[in-house]
Design a protein around this ligand. Structure first.
Ligand SMILES: [Zn+2]
Length: 121
């Protein structure tokens, strides 16, 4: 399911019905609480974020690698995808925003990347 306001993919049980549509928790809270104004940058980013259906070939490659090898570290993913750390961070930021991939911190303190189940329908 997608939030009607920001377009973010959201599990059905985290969606709220509102006069303006079906909204994620964040959008619902701002919709029913007009006193708290939205962060303009967050709204801009959400409006201009690509939809999950339109991954770039590079993003799709990253997702495929994570699907096959998860959980894996940034370093392992960068190596497998042939990306510089900064380029990888940029793509991961987009994928995380789209709720396709998420980072998890293990008990050992190591951060690993996993496929976000909420990104699937
Ligand atoms: Zn939303």
């Amino acid at each position: 399911m997608q939030c009607n306001r920001c377009g973010r993919r959201t599990p059905e049980d985290e969606l709220f019905d509102h006069a303006t549509g079906t909204l994620c928790e964040d959008c619902y809270i701002s919709a029913i609480n007009p006193v708290r104004t939205c962060d303009p940058w967050a709204v801009f980013t959400a409006k201009h974020a690509p939809h999950a259906e339109s991954l770039t070939p590079l993003q799709q490659r990253i997702v495929d690698i994570v699907d096959k090898r998860q959980p894996l570290s940034h370093a392992a993913l960068g190596e497998a995808a042939g990306l510089e750390p900064l380029d990888l961070e940029h793509e991961l930021a987009t994928l995380a925003h789209m709720a396709v991939i998420r980072a998890r911190r293990l008990d050992s303190g190591e951060v690993v990347l996993m496929r976000s189940t909420t990104g699937k329908e």
